[in-house]
Write a protein that binds this ligand. Sequence first.
Ligand SMILES: Nc1ncnc2c1ncn2[C@@H]1O[C@H](COP(=O)(O)OP(=O)(O)OP(=O)(O)O)[C@@H](O)[C@H]1O
Length: 481
Amino acid sequence: MTSTGSILVVDDDPAICVVVGEALRRQGHKVKTASSIRERSALIDSFAPDVLITDVMLPDGDGLEGVADILDRKPGLSVIILSAQNTLNTAIRATEKGAFEYLPKPFDLNELSRAVGDALGMNKAEEGKQEDAGLPHDGLPLVGRSPAMQEVYRTIARVLSNDLSILVLGESGTGKELVAEAIHGLGQRRTKPFVAINMAAIPRELIEAELFGYEKGAFTGANVRTAGKFEQAQGGTLFLDEIGDMPMEAQTRLLRVLQSGEVTTVGGSKPVRVNVRIIAATNKDLPKLIDENRFRQDLYYRLNVVPISLPALRERREDVILLAKHFLERAAQEGLPRKTLADDAAQLLMAYHWPGNVRELQNLMQRLAVLSRENVIAAEVLRNSLPLDLVPSDYTAPADQLGLAVREWAKRQLGIGIGQPNRNLHDDMLAVVEPILLQETLASVDGNQIRAAGLLGINRNTLRKKLTDYGLDPLQLRVSD
Ligand SMILES: Nc1ncnc2c1ncn2[C@@H]1O[C@H](COP(=O)(O)OP(=O)(O)OP(=O)(O)O)[C@@H](O)[C@H]1O
């Protein structure tokens, strides 16, 4: 059960004030709205809200500025930041200013009301108000504005001021190590070492010696006592990459270290206390490895305190061009000729399915920056000049296009903004779409109705009736063009 409270909504878009205000009023909250920083300040005093929901871009300034001051004056207030500047930077700034929650625009109303519920359910007085950690904001490494990346930014912003263990999940090349570096580089341990170790890159029998160190004479070739990665990372962050490849015996030892906070070197007997933040990463399905007895469940729970899932690049195609431009720009800053992307090249990049994810895109852009003779990179160049089989995949693009087409069609039929709405929408839609689907399917099986019905997943008699209804002649559908 969510308690109710008084809420001040600040946005210069009247539509947002109306929609959000109405939704919250319906849940029993008292709501007032404001459209500028000036109005906001006045209402903070006169209305004394429990929760402030504020946009960042306001007509008289940056809505984030001043939030820290407001919180100084009203320590019990919960602040929810709404922002269309959906970058890691904004998420971090919001958290630093003491905001309780950051919601990227466009936001989901359910998510907003969940955040309001959470805010009212918390005792804000001692929670959430963090000191401005003075974190550096320049050169933030992560590029991408897709909803999936915004979720990643929000989680990163939340873990900067604590030491919780993090498990970064995602396919190879999605940026797992970059996320680990960002958490370290922006967090409170940033002046201490960041040490990375890749379990898949070290011979299995050497992993324990690498991680925990070894004494002189512990094994052949151990000529001097050597500190392991844990000791090297003292006070900082240890990034355990490809954790799914860690041998079972090493897992047992790692778990012991995490539980006790002490490391004993291979061949040694005197434990050393260590203070490191652990960030692990994998592209493997750890629960499956646990089922197969190849990964310890108790270690999994220890590591997976805060999971961060990185989407594959094909699942956030809206970021492809942004990333491609970012890599071309970086190449230019390194002294290579400045290149830009032609529209058709951009489309080709968007359509590709990027099995190697961001790393593959980065490599391609670097190669283009070096090899391409033209300053504007056209699709032709991508197709012909590179040793890359850039065949567009139809992974989701056609479905996206179909979705867009349906959306446009529905809007028009519903008369949004103009005229009277159509009241036979469903049948009319089917009448447009279904004949095309039937024609294409029949053509692909040379007019064979039994096979077409099988592919369509409908009964043969149903198919025949539909063909009659639509006036389609299966005999004329033998050759697909
Ligand atoms: N969001 C991003 N913005 C900018 N660069 C990125 C982003 N994601 C990944 N990269 C770049 O792509 C390359 C691959 O990223 P990274 O090594 O972090 O991936 P990974 O998931 O750890 O890969 P693997 O599992 O193979 O180790 C790096 O050079 C990284 O800088």
